[in-house]
Design a protein around this ligand. Structure first.
Ligand code: PEP
Ligand code: MG
Length: 587
């Protein structure tokens, strides 16, 4: 019998394949009842975990023997014997079979009995062996638990990764070309792991509570992110249904791909710039495939995450930026200085955990508190800017919350530009410097900010998070994360208006820019540059081509009058349905 789970689909697509489980939370000892049909499979899972643990112990034994001498290897041999000793394994299997429970729970029960037996022994030496048994049991539990990051890095086959949490620092270490899909218990629509997956076309479901436990007992999964459903061990009918859905999805993508060369203009002739958001340099290739007008956001912090705990040197920065800018020629590339902190771990840089990191030392604040690391990156950026035509490299500062912050960043950049000029490097005197507008205080002060900056880019992922006080990575509040909130809409409109009245370019690089529901209202508000994950470009292009600016402006005027997120959502849905009826695309 197949089982299923629902979650929130946040990156589209359908995946069918073998699951691997990766858990970071403490090993659970919850008692889970297993259906009678699955008992034998659970015993098999326990036996496999024992085998994996014995192999792991063997590896540790060999390493210890090599590094410290054969005499130290004996302890590991004893551990191997314990792991496969029937006086341990048989009672575990018996508990699983008789009580119809999960292997983890059964191990815990047997372990408890063994510990009390050991403790009752008069011989202190034997009583101390208790520690060995606990150690071995922990290794078997860890093997039951799924793969650790090291094992994941070495994966040699395509899999669906099922994890309790997958922070971006872990996601970037994965062999992403082997990832058919992600089923995550935590996460949200704009968490960075989701964003990376979306731009690589990896389907993702978040908020799938219990997926790890279920996946550990499954050989195959079908994951459909458009309906937010995961089927564990699909039966033959389900398997063929999901296979044909997958085929249809791929056909739809292929037909969108054919439209990539069409210009992005509204029916009444307004040109809209579509740019790419890039997290990993490898994505530049996708951006080029989808025919983008440049890179609107390169999240350079992923360079750090890939190299962590080492900090990239000036030359390492330069190599990555130079490659990216040449590949995109002649289109411009906007590189954001490190936006570390928050969920993008930066422990090596900041030194310790914070109680509330999303409101802590993040983005430009962290750059200021670590002048050396900020300077290294700015030197590299300004040197690369000097190697290309003026305007090809634009520098953007993250998490600007007040005008002084931008002024300080600009001052540092100017000083560094002068410094590299005196060293004999080519420079441009006026490399465009811009601010991310992603903190409500900056959006409110957009008019004054616009007088200081060369460009602004609206980061709606954080703007929504901070203005609605909803953690963007927390699936428990994912339903409160509303891009259609009238408060958010008004902040966005304020920034676009400020840019217009001060003659400063405004783009949007948050996920809102690629949301088909929001595209008509954004065009209507006067936004002319949309930056998004390259995979989203064809749908947005097709939508813009169906719109007239006049129509869009009317949509924006009406949307701004509405006072609840639900009203805005219903209104925009109705307009979108009307537009889609005129196209052959589905979203
Ligand atoms: C944003 O906040 O909208 C944004 C584009 O930046 P990031 O997602 O990297 O925080
Ligand atoms: Mg942001």
């Amino acid at each position: 019998m197949s089982r299923s789970l629902s979650g929130l689909g946040v990156s589209p697509g359908i995946a069918i394949g073998e699951p691997v489980v990766h858990e970071v939370r403490p090993i659970s000892t919850l008692r889970i009842t297993i259906p009678a049909d699955d008992v034998e499979a659970e015993i098999e899972r326990f036996r496999n975990a024992v085998k994996t643990a014995v192999e792991g112990i063997q590896e540790n034994r060999d390493r210890a023997a090599q590094q410290m001498g054969e005499e130290y290897a004996a302890i590991f041999e004893a551990h191997q014997l314990i792991a496969s000793d029937p006086s341990f394994t048989q009672p575990v299997e018996q508990v699983i079979r008789e009580e119809e429970v999960n292997a983890g729970w059964a191990i815990d029960q047997v372990l408890e009995q063994l510990i009390s037996k050991f403790e009752a022994l008069p011989d202190e030496y034997l009583a101390d062996r208790k520690a060995d048994v606990v150690d071995v049991a922990t290794q078997i539990l860890a093997a039951l638990h799924g793969l650790d990051l090291g094992q994941l890095e070495d994966l040699d086959r395509p899999v669906i990764l099922v994890a309790d949490d997958l922070p971006p620092s872990t996601a970037v270490q994965l062999p992403l070309d082997k990832m058919l899909g992600f089923a995550l218990e935590m996460g949200g629509p704009t968490s960075h792991t989701t964003i990376i997956a979306r731009s690589l076309g990896i389907p993702v479901i978040v908020g799938a509570h219990g997926a790890c436990e279920q996946a550990k007992r499954s050989r195959r999964l079908a994951l459909d992110a458009s309906e937010g459903k995961i089927i564990f061990d699909p039966n033959p009918a389900e398997f063929s249904e999901y296979t044909s859905r997958q085929r249809e999805y791929k056909e739809r993508q292929a037909s969108l791909f054919k439209m990539r060369a069409l210009p992005t203009v509204t029916r009444d002739g307004r040109s809209i710039g579509l740019l790419a958001n890039i997290d990993l340099p490898a994505e530049v290739e996708h951006a080029l495939e989808w025919n983008v007008g440049g890179i609107g956001l390169y999240r350079s912090e992923f360079l750090y995450m890939k190299m962590s705990p080492k900090l990239p040197s000036e030359e390492e920065h330069i190599e990555v930026y130079r490659d990216m800018v040449s590949q995109m020629a002649p289109a411009p590339v906007t590189i954001r200085t490190f936006d570390l902190g928050g969920r993008k771990l930066a422990r090596e840089v900041i030194g310790g955990p914070e109680a509330n990191p999303v409101l802590g030392l993040r983005g430009i604040r962290l750059c200021f508190s670590q002048p050396d690391f900020f300077r290294t990156q700015l030197r590299a950026l300004l040197r690369v800017a000097g190697e290309f035509d003026e305007g090809r490299v634009q520098i953007m500062f993250p998490l600007i919350s007040c005008i002084e912050e931008f002024r300080v960043a600009r001052l540092v950049a100017r000083e560094i530009n002068e410094e590299i000029r005196t060293e004999g490097h080519a420079i441009h005197a006026n490399v465009p410097l811009g601010a991310m507008v992603e903190v409500p205080s900056a959006a409110v002060m957009a008019q004054e900010l616009a007088r200081e900056v060369d460009f602004m880019s609206i980061g709606t992922n954080d703007l929504i998070q901070y203005s609605l006080a909803v953690d963007r990575s927390n699936d428990l509040v994912a339903d409160l994360y509303r891009p259609t909130s009238p408060a958010v809409l008004r902040l966005v409109a304020n920034v676009i208006d400020a840019g217009k009245s001060e003659g400063v370019a405004v783009s949007m690089c948050g996920e809102m820019a690629s949301d088909p529901l929001m595209v008509p209202v954004l065009v209507g508000l006067g936004l002319e540059k949309f930056s998004m994950n390259p995979q989203a470009i064809p749908v947005v292009r097709a939508l813009v081509r169906q719109l007239s600016f006049r129509e869009a402006a009317a949509i924006a005027r009406q949307a701004l009058k509405l006072i609840t997120a639900r009203e805005v959502e219903e209104y925009l849905l109705e307009r979108l349905a009307f537009l889609l009826a005129k196209t052959k695309i589905s979203v």
